[in-house]
Ligand binder design. Sequence first.
Ligand code: ACO
Length: 339
Amino acid sequence: MNTVINSGLEGVVAAQTRLSQVNGQIGQLILAGFPVEAVADKATFEEMLYLLWYDKLPSASELIEFSGALAAYRPLSEVGFAVLERAAAAQVPVIDALRMAASTLSLGPTGSISDDQPGQAALAAVAGFPTIVAAYWRLLQGETPVAPRLDLSHAANYLYMLTGQVPSPEKTRGLETYLNTVIDHGLNASTFTARVIISTQSDMISAVVGALGALKGPLHGCAPGPALDMVFEIGQIERAEAYLRAKLDRGERLMGFGHRVYKVRDPRAEVLSKAAARLYEADGDVALYDLVRAVEEKAVALLAEYKPGRNLQTNVEFYTALLLHGLGLESELFTPTFA
Ligand code: ACO
């Protein structure tokens, strides 16, 4: 008997979901019924989260109640902080410190999260991740963590905890657009990992900790930092071709290009590129934005030449890097912010 071996999930239908629909051939992403480009730069993160969890947009009063319930889970337990302090003493990378402290979210801000109420663990995970990342980032810099503010939105509070300053509406909007753009994407590697864990009737915090392990791999969620490093190393538009050719001649991959599903430009790249353009025009380095556009154009052309027929196009990570850099985030924070 011939056994068919699928070395990946290509062509395998493993689950059904109403959360998002990804069409890699035409470059379409539908989030709970809405095309990503129609909602990502308009809705707040809380509205998008509500839409995914409850399958409808919230009314004004539902949004206030939901935002308050989420914010209540922002404070981190003492154990969580202790883990971060030990991690900072060992100068552990941010994504690893997040994985270590994420396990402690089972304790919740004031006590244990109930296994009987999965909603609590979901709130704790979504609200707790930004607190962990921001607190750890400040500990790494030798600064005191900034306590979360429960009156700010999810996105504004994250930037506030990182910097100690309430961000401008433009920066908050930029981060919300990013978070909304990557809020769901079907069964990618990390989501699949989480679902495998949940399918054993394990708990949600275990699932997100496992998912983090998959996300941190350089071929998945760790691409934006190297993508931006590449742009900085290129430095000037005239150097792009020689630099990229040398990389491809060495058999290296261009980070931020190619996708397991999208065979045309990732629709999220367009949303993030527009959001970055708005941010950089407002108070950023427009020359960097122009350089990124030029590098993208050159990279796509060279990938077509070096890997004909592969349809290697720009993926979400390329513009993630530009947008998050424009928000003032260091590249070590890109993947943890994605998480
Ligand atoms: N640069 C150069 N060559 C590439 C690239 C790239 N970015 N991507 C794929 N290739 C080449 C491969 O070397 C391979 O060539 P070969 O057959 O001659 O050896 C061919 O294209 C097919 O590559 P696969 O890895 O089989 O393609 P797959 O669709 O499985 O890969 C992946 C998808 C892993 C994302 C790949 O395109 C890649 O490594 N990209 C760079 C990393 C990156 O940007 N990751 C972020 C993805 S988005 C996300 O995870 C949220």
